[in-house]
Design a protein around this ligand. Structure first.
Ligand SMILES: *Cc1c(COP(=O)(O)O)cnc(C)c1O
Length: 362
């Protein structure tokens, strides 16, 4: 097989060892004669897969005992509706939700939430291009808000939080961590809800993780679909309806793989080094440009531009010829983007850096 490096923002690269294990178990999981895809979600085989995945994720993120881990569907965008449907009811109506608009994904969250509550944009980096997290001292938070929503890593804009804000009163923080969960050590207890679509840094598309503090399970609006009501899902151990079983299995293999590599702290150290290498090459002279404030440069998604955009096509063609794939930037911002998730080895980043230097004629 040709060696390639896949810089896609999502669905994205997975650890080769995980794919090899999944391939070897495809037809016959642990001698049971069935593929994981063919198992009942209520049978002992799948229950054991699910329990192990849940326990490993809990260990990797040190999820406190008073938090539930839910394995849902609907993606990050689905959660933009599921979160208000579950949390708007925790305050008297009409409720207000606070948002910080730090990029494309928090922007989408704001638009969706308007269907369910008043929305207060407490701070905004708009208009695009988004290049920094608005300074915390400028945030205009609402006392008694149903919750404060943040996108802690803006996948399209490459803007990542380097702090956890302080909130007044008991307003919970809801964090969309779709594109950087498990890439750095976090303190789960600082959040009320963490959610993440799996297809960036965890596993296949179709699985959405929700980590939710127990006291936030019981506020769903009557119109909330039963299968998205967190209380129902939590009480049924994510089996209220059929969960995305194969995606949970692959996510479980990824969690076990991360544990073997030393856990999240070990991954963070490698991710810091990968990002350092890549940004150094982009900053070396004026040939390339990343426009994000230094403190908010994402370690996972690195958008960049060639100063001479007429060279874009040649750049992408040369990259492809070297097996450096999916580097084209998101259509809304143009340019290039290298996503360097946990599963991107440092050798892949080095190969990209070598190409950046070569293309720039250094
Ligand atoms: C990809 C992404 C989403 C959307 O995920 P879908 O699974 O496509 O709904 C939401 N938020 C962030 C931060 C993302 O990176």
């Amino acid at each position: 097989m040709t060696q390639i490096y896949n810089f896609s923002a999502g669905p994205a690269v997975l650890p080769k060892e995980v794919l090899q294990q999944a391939a070897s178990e495809m037809l016959d999981w642990h001698g049971c004669g069935m593929s994981v895809m063919e198992m009942s979600h209520r049978g002992p085989e799948f229950i054991s897969i699910y329990r192990q995945a849940e326990a490993d994720l809990r260990e990797l993120l040190a999820v406190p005992a008073n938090y539930k881990i839910l394995f849902l569907q609907g993606g990050g965008l689905g959660e933009n509706a599921v979160v208000p449907l579950n949390l708007v009811g925790r305050v008297s109506q009409p409720a207000t939700i606070d948002f910080v608009h730090s990029g494309s994904w928090s922007g989408k969250s704001i638009e969706e939430a308007k269907r369910y509550a008043n929305v207060n944009v407490a701070a905004s980096g708009a208009p695009a291009p988004f290049t920094a997290v608005p300074a915390e001292e400028t945030w205009q938070l609402t006392p008694g808000a149903a919750y404060l929503h943040l996108c802690t890593n803006e996948t399209i804009d490459g803007v990542e939080y380097n702090f956890v804000p302080t909130v007044q009163g008991d307003t919970p923080i809801v964090a969309d961590m779709s594109s950087h969960i498990l890439s750095r050590v976090i303190d789960v207890s600082q959040y009320g809800v963490i959610f993440a679509g799996a297809q960036k840094n965890i596993g296949p598309a179709g699985l959405t993780l929700v980590i939710v503090r127990e006291d936030l399970l019981d506020h769903a609006l009557p119109i909330c679909p039963s299968s998205f009501n967190w209380r129902n899902v939590a009480d049924a151990d994510s089996m209220f309806n059929t969960p995305p079983t194969y995606a949970i299995y692959i996510a479980g293999l990824v969690f076990a793989h991360l544990k073997k590599r030393g856990g999240v702290a070990a991954m963070e150290a490698i991710n810091i080094e990968k990002a350092r290498l890549l940004y150094a090459a982009l900053d070396a002279d004026g040939f390339y440009e990343n426009r994000v404030a230094l403190a908010n440069r994402s370690r996972m998604n690195v958008p960049f531009y060639l100063r001479d955009e007429s060279k874009n096509e040649a750049f992408l063609a040369g990259a492809k010829a070297r097996g450096l794939l999916q580097l084209k930037g998101h259509k809304s911002v143009g340019g290039m983007r290298a996503s360097i998730y946990n599963a991107m080895p440092i050798e892949g980043v080095q190969a990209l850096v070598d190409y950046l230097n070569e293309f720039a004629g250094r």
